[in-house]
Ligand binder design. Structure first.
Ligand code: ZN
Ligand code: ZN
Length: 175
């Protein structure tokens, strides 16, 4: 699940998960992210959609004329801007980082036409088996009571990403 990072000026960077939904307004005060239906002239709204070919999330920003929005330092002159992982968004005097990184989560494996094998043990994945899909390399691992191919490792068998689901690999503090 993607998240927005903001510096709170006290403890450093905090991430706010962009929960399932379609629209997120970047507010001028108080709540950094709320769900909205209609954007006013100064509003900045993030919207997500799913790429039908890759299945990945894509993000687009809509910025009202009065918001003075910038992405990575560039003015959003057309009012519409496609966003990528780690983009810096400035608007209404505030700054956010968009991170599309998701945390590893156990979910039932759903079979696809091409099928999948567990990256660690090499056995084929069966529909409904508890499994983890690596957030970085997308490879599948078993995560059943008697076969924990994900959490028995400290790093993904495919790419080495840490298997802990406690923390994000990337934060703006790394910049
Ligand atoms: Zn396995
Ligand atoms: Zn991986």
């Amino acid at each position: 699940m993607a998240s927005l990072w903001q510096n709170d000026g006290r403890d450093g960077w905090t991430a706010r998960a962009l929960e399932p939904g379609d629209w997120f307004e970047l507010g001028r005060s108080g709540e950094a992210v709320g769900r909205v239906g209609v954007a006013g002239r100064g509003a900045v709204v993030l919207t997500r959609y799913r790429d039908e070919v890759t299945g990945r999330e894509r993000w687009v920003m809509l910025a009202g004329a009065r918001a003075g929005a910038r992405v990575n330092g560039q003015c959003v002159q057309t009012g519409v801007r496609a966003l990528r992982d780690r983009d810096v968004i400035e608007a209404n005097g505030e700054t956010w980082f968009l991170s599309t990184e998701r945390l590893p989560a156990t979910e039932p494996y759903t079979a696809t036409a091409s099928g999948a094998t567990c990256r660690r043990c090499g056995l084929s994945m069966e529909s409904g088996q508890a499994a983890v899909r690596c957030p970085r390399c997308e490879s599948w691992h078993h995560e059943m009571n008697d076969r924990r191919c994900w959490t028995s490792l400290t790093g993904c068998a495919g790419c080495g990403r840490q298997t802990s689901s406690e923390s994000y690999v990337w934060t703006p503090a790394l910049l």
